[in-house]
Design a protein. Structure first.
Length: 191
């Protein structure tokens, strides 16, 4: 990252942290602490995926939550019986704990997360139908400012890593699955 880019990012954060409160807004720490549902798109190593999730209400003073998610991912290097490249779908689910907080009056929450991920592999990929691994990283949740201070929708970006013993044992070269960089982006709805 260049020095100019770093300075620009720090400037944006300083502006956001020093942003004045919207008239009638409640303190940021008192908002968006309830249960949430959402959806996300992700890249799990080389595998593209989509998921839906439920996040618990915040506990431990609003600093911790638990998220349960599940969805589908596609292994992009599968081979058909004729040898053509094909995307092979598989299921995944995860349970993670989050810890973090909002930054003052800024519409931003920073958090770290970690937990367990399960992959449900089809026979076409592996003779091992279930693989257990770990997932962890950090996230940025952005809230739309409202006059009430309680934005019903937020957008998030998560960066981290995923690791498992999963291998596509029925594919040439027995490639690994779900081992590497994780990036996820999505939306949370606070009912």
């Amino acid at each position: 990252m260049s020095i100019r880019t770093s300075i620009a990012l720090v400037s944006v954060l300083v502006i956001m942290l020093g942003a004045p409160r919207v008239s009638g807004q409640t303190p940021a720490s008192a908002t968006n602490t309830g249960a949430a549902v959402g959806m996300a798109v992700q890249r799990l190593q080389d595998d593209f995926g989509v998921s839906g999730f439920f996040t618990s209400p915040a506990f431990f003073g609003g600093n911790a939550r638990v998220t349960v998610a599940g969805g589908a991912a596609w292994y992009p290097y599968g081979r058909t019986s004729s040898g053509d490249q094909d995307w092979v779908p598989f299921g995944h689910t995860r349970i993670v704990a989050e810890s973090g907080h909002r930054l003052g009056q800024a519409p931003l929450r920073l958090y770290g997360f970690g937990g367990v991920i399960l992959a449900f592999l089809p026979q076409r990929l592996s003779d091992d139908l279930l693989s257990v691994g770990g997932v962890g990283g950090f996230g940025f949740e952005f809230f739309a400012p409202t006059n009430s201070g309680s934005a019903p929708v937020s957008y998030f970006i998560e960066l981290g890593g995923v690791g498992s013993g999963a291998r596509a044992t029925n594919e040439p070269g027995r490639p690994v699955l779900l081992n590497g960089f994780l990036i996820q982006s999505g939306v949370r709805f606070y009912p």
